[in-house]
Design a protein around this ligand. Structure first.
Ligand SMILES: C[S@@+](CC[C@H](N)C(=O)[O-])C[C@H]1O[C@@H](n2cnc3c(N)ncnc32)[C@H](O)[C@@H]1O
Length: 253
């Protein structure tokens, strides 16, 4: 986030803004110039802002999708489900973004480690999770989510125990130009670099030994790292490709 800054619109949160400024190496300013992307901290939370557009993560808005009836119809939940698994399955969301997919998995009973390497996106996500934890309808679900800031290739290589599922949703180049996504998401995509390490990411995900690697793709997009999945679940705009690593092939589909 070059030439960008932090705006603090809540004087009582100035100390937090200063900590953020130090951590992200961004100056604090009182105003932003036209066309300047900034982080604005106010009484509601941490926003990503560009002129009049503002993005504030809000897990409460997703509550209707977290209702058990709705949740079972979510393609991601169907794709990640591990038949016959007893206990709390673990998922690594290796491309956490704003954490919405991770929230769906946590609501479906997974314990989720979210990994995000972009420090600004990680700061927005941390703020979103902290606010969500205060909503009684979300406290238990967010309690199953743990944020890790850094590169997930390293995190996956360093795991002590194999997770049940690894979720990958790296940005694909077409997304940048798409007129189908909201303006707010386009704002977020100004921070993300298209994925240039998909082979290493997929290799690290498979080598971590999960029962399944679930990959979110555009409906007609190519396979990630050109690897054909065992099967796919298709919706109107996206597709979930499911890779079953060799050692788990008999037990799962
Ligand atoms: C398309 S977004 C994911 C959106 C997410 N599924 C959601 O529900 O909000 C992709 C995110 O993955 C992050 N990312 C890509 N490669 C990564 C890596 N190797 N390690 C950690 N984060 C990564 C990007 O910074 C970006 O925020």
């Amino acid at each position: 986030m070059q030439d960008n800054l932090i705006l603090c619109a809540a004087p009582e949160r100035m100390e937090e803004a200063q900590r953020l400024s130090k951590r992200l190496g961004l100056p604090i300013s009182e105003t932003a110039e036209a066309g300047q992307l900034c982080l604005r901290l106010d009484g509601d939370g941490l926003h990503l802002q560009l002129d009049k557009l503002s993005l504030l993560g809000d897990f409460s808005a997703l509550l209707p999708r977290l209702h058990p009836n709705a949740l079972n119809g979510e393609m991601l939940v169907r794709a990640a489900k591990i038949k016959g698994f007893e206990g709390t399955p673990t998922a690594i969301d290796a491309t956490a973004g704003m954490g919405e997919d991770a929230l769906l998995l946590a609501a479906a009973g997974f314990s989720v480690i979210l990994c995000e390497r972009n420090p600004v996106i990680a700061a927005l996500l941390k703020d979103t999770m902290e606010r969500a934890a205060l909503d009684p309808a979300l406290t238990e679900i967010v309690g199953r989510m743990e944020l890790h800031e850094g590169d997930s290739i390293q995190l996956l290589r360093d795991l002590d125990q194999a997770p049940e599922v690894v979720l990958l949703d790296p940005m694909f180049p077409e997304r940048r130009k798409s007129g189908l996504i909201g303006k707010k998401l386009q704002l977020l995509q100004r921070l993300e670099a298209p994925c240039s390490d998909e082979v290493e990411l997929l290799e690290a995900a498979v080598a971590a030994g999960p029962k399944k690697v679930v990959i979110k793709r555009p409906l007609k997009g190519p396979y990630l790292a050109e690897r054909k999945p065992a099967y796919s679940i298709r919706g109107k705009a996206v597709r979930y490709d499911c890779i079953i690593p060799t050692q788990h092939r008999k037990s799962e589909k």
